[in-house]
Design a protein around this ligand. Structure first.
Ligand code: F3S
Length: 129
């Protein structure tokens, strides 16, 4: 089994989870983190650290979250390891209130900075429903 980073992380990237991981299983993309399922040991230490409850055990994924299992596995092969927490993305607290963020996931590219690109920064924050 593995733990999986899900939709709630998108455009927030608080990174509190990273410093708890004893095997450095997190990988970092532009506006999302994933867990490498080949390295996760299911210690569960990261789960409580995430302020938006984005980290879910594989066997507790909802139907709507299930696609993130494959996404974590795929993106973990493309993105660099992250081992230290850093400041969250700009507007993270606003994006934390947004429920549906899948369309905002940037699946390409890499990022080792907490500063979003100008294009990202200018994107409107959807109205919370
Ligand atoms: Fe994402 Fe939560 Fe970690 S927002 S970066 S899974 S602390």
């Amino acid at each position: 089994m593995t733990h999986v980073v899900t939709e709630a992380c998108i455009r927030c990237k608080y990174t509190h989870c990273v410093s708890m991981c004893p095997v450095d299983a997190f990988r970092e993309g532009p506006n999302f983190l994933v867990i490498d399922p080949e390295e996760c040991i299911d210690c569960t230490l990261c789960v409580a650290e995430c302020p938006v409850n984005a980290i879910v055990p594989e066997d507790e994924l909802t139907d709507g979250q299930r696609e993130y299992l494959a996404l974590n596995a795929t993106l973990a092969k493309a993105w660099p390891r992250i081992v230290e927490a850093h400041p969250a993305l700009p507007d993270a607290d606003e994006w934390a209130k947004v429920g549906e963020k899948r369309e905002w996931l940037e699946a390409s590219g890499t990022s080792h900075t907490s500063v979003a690109s100008p294009a990202i920064r200018q994107a409107p924050i959807p109205t919370v429903r």
